[in-house]
Design a protein around this ligand. Sequence first.
Ligand SMILES: Cc1cc2nc3c(=O)[nH]c(=O)nc-3n(C[C@H](O)[C@H](O)[C@H](O)COP(=O)(O)O)c2cc1C
Ligand code: SF4
Ligand code: SF4
Length: 256
Amino acid sequence: MDISRAAALYFSPTGGTKKTAERLASALGWDAQFHDLTVRAADLSFGPDTLAVIAAPVFGGRVPWPFAQRLSHIEARGTPAVILAVYGNRAYEDALLELRGLAEARGFKVMAAGAFIARHSIVPEIAEGRPDGDDLYRLDEFAQRIRQRLDYVSPESLPTAIVPGNRDFRKYDGVPMHPSAGRGCVKCGRCAAECPVGAIPADDPSKTDERRCITCMRCVAVCPQFARSLPKLKLAAARLGLKKSCAERKEPETFM
Ligand SMILES: Cc1cc2nc3c(=O)[nH]c(=O)nc-3n(C[C@H](O)[C@H](O)[C@H](O)COP(=O)(O)O)c2cc1C
Ligand code: SF4
Ligand code: SF4
């Protein structure tokens, strides 16, 4: 069956993954639908007439667990897919391999993959301004190559994209710091409504359930009062820890 549309599915607490996925899905040149699965799951199904763009941010070299859970609500019947791991200029490690497995388990046929860079959501001066013009150009060019491949090879006979990663996935238990609300909080409830894992009680948004919180930084990004932040000392330690591994600009990589 011919492909007639694109659908982007993504988890994006602070917007970098969303921007990357939407750009690629739009640049493919078909009608594109966008499904933001950051805050809640959606029961969606796709057939072979759609090319899916499935995009996750990298947390600790892995796919954030809420996105893995949200993907389990998606059904695909022989739907070709491009997977994207979006990372903060340190490393993406096993994220693409994990994401490919998650997509295949739902019935997608992963024909291409990309690792792209966006601003680091915990230490925003790392990869600040990315995806930038060069990244967007690389996404457009990747979309063209995907289209060309589909012109020559029917979706049913596309080979699976080979991606880097270790089958013994990197162990990741989260980071040892969580945002909390300071004195500027006016209890508007927005952070509670937009937390992907329900870690902020709606009746008392000054609290954070640290056992649930995945430190995704969404509450910090959406607070209209700029009232939420990470503990200063722990953030300074994280900044120092990332300094060396993030010093050099990383470039996008694609696999097809
Ligand atoms: C908890 C957490 C862990 C992260 N781990 C990594 C990592 O292992 N490697 C990396 O390069 N960036 C890492 N980052 C940065 C994000 O992958 C990056 O900022 C991404 O663009 C965030 O996506 P978003 O803007 O869609 O939320 C991490 C960010 C968070 C919040
Ligand atoms: S979004 Fe900001 S101001 Fe609103 S409840 Fe949360 S911390 Fe308070
Ligand atoms: S409380 Fe934690 S999980 Fe919820 S939005 Fe804030 S950082 Fe993300």
